[in-house]
Design a protein around this ligand. Structure first.
Ligand code: HEC
Length: 117
């Protein structure tokens, strides 16, 4: 009888521990800025620009440039920032939805894309 209650206690403790591990959010430091930018790019930009920046069929139809091309890479960080925030023909309406920090991360990501080419 006594032994059974100890067993039950151990089981209860173990399941509580398992729950804590499952429910605890991953520490914010675990995701690097690069990963976050890549995820953001995938979520918001890859529809037109493709995950690698080369452009999807839809992107090409809209005349989205290859983000790895010189035409885009020769732009300054500031120009890229403006391009992402506003775009030339209102294809980008993220200005209000993306934080400044996120746009900066995306500028860095666009630079990374060119390096991977
Ligand atoms: C609905 C399709 C679409 C989505 C989504 C999209 N773009 Fe674009 N992008 C375009 C088109 C079209 C152009 C070319 C015309 C323009 O600059 O507005 C462009 C141009 C660009 C340029 C080059 C600007 C220049 O001056 O040459 C950059 C950099 C860029 N996009 C980055 C991004 C980033 C980063 C995201 C995600 C936050 C994104 N785009 C999402 C369609 C899109």
């Amino acid at each position: 009888m006594k032994q059974r209650s100890i067993k039950q206690l151990v089981l209860a403790l173990m399941s509580m521990l398992a729950l804590t591990v499952i429910l605890l959010p991953t520490p914010s430091g675990a995701v690097s800025a690069g990963d976050e930018a890549a995820k953001l790019f995938q979520a918001k930009c890859s529809k037109c620009h493709g995950v690698d920046g080369s452009g999807t069929a839809m992107g090409r139809k809209l005349k989205a440039p290859d983000l790895r091309s010189d035409a885009v890479q020769k732009l300054s960080d500031d120009e890229l920032f403006q391009a992402i925030a506003k775009g030339k023909k209102a294809f980008h309406k993220f200005g209000t939805k993306l934080s400044e920090e996120h746009i900066r991360q995306l500028v860095r990501h666009v630079r990374q894309l060119a390096k991977k080419k």
